[in-house]
Design a protein around this ligand. Structure first.
Ligand SMILES: *[C@@H]1O[C@H](CO)[C@@H](O)[C@H](O)[C@H]1NC(C)=O
Length: 113
């Protein structure tokens, strides 16, 4: 699990792209952190909007997991840019469905390029 979500290059690139887009690179996992430690500490490195960052991290991990399953079981391919776009589109849907913590930056605007 830790390798799939944190260790492998694809996951790292996706997380970097998502967190840099919202100005939250300080939340990136550190080499010394386990998955469990990172999940509880990563977003707290922000001074504010910790919940927004945590929600976005959780959403990103969920989408990475789902994309990997699609690769294994449906022959889908791993395309970083497409997955990052999907994550921000789904974040907009979560926000529209009432995820109020996503109203506050980060992310400033999910739809921004
Ligand atoms: C993110 O996931 C962690 C680990 O499952 C959980 O403890 C936390 O409550 C989640 N945070 C948000 C904002 O959904």
């Amino acid at each position: 699990m830790a390798h799939l979500l944190l260790g492998c290059a694809f996951s790292k690139v996706v997380l970097h792209a998502v967190l840099s887009r919202v100005g939250a690179l300080c939340c990136m996992p550190r080499p010394s952190e386990s998955l469990v430690v990172w999940l509880s500490n990563g977003a707290r490195r922000l001074q504010r909007n910790v919940k927004a960052a945590q929600t976005l991290v959780n959403l990103s991990l969920w989408r990475i997991w789902k994309r990997r399953n699609a690769c294994v079981f449906e022959g889908a391919s791993l395309v970083v840019a497409r997955l990052v776009e999907d994550i921000f589109v789904e974040a907009d849907l979560w926000r529209a469905a009432g995820a109020r913590q996503l109203d506050h930056p980060p992310p400033p605007s999910f739809s921004a390029p």
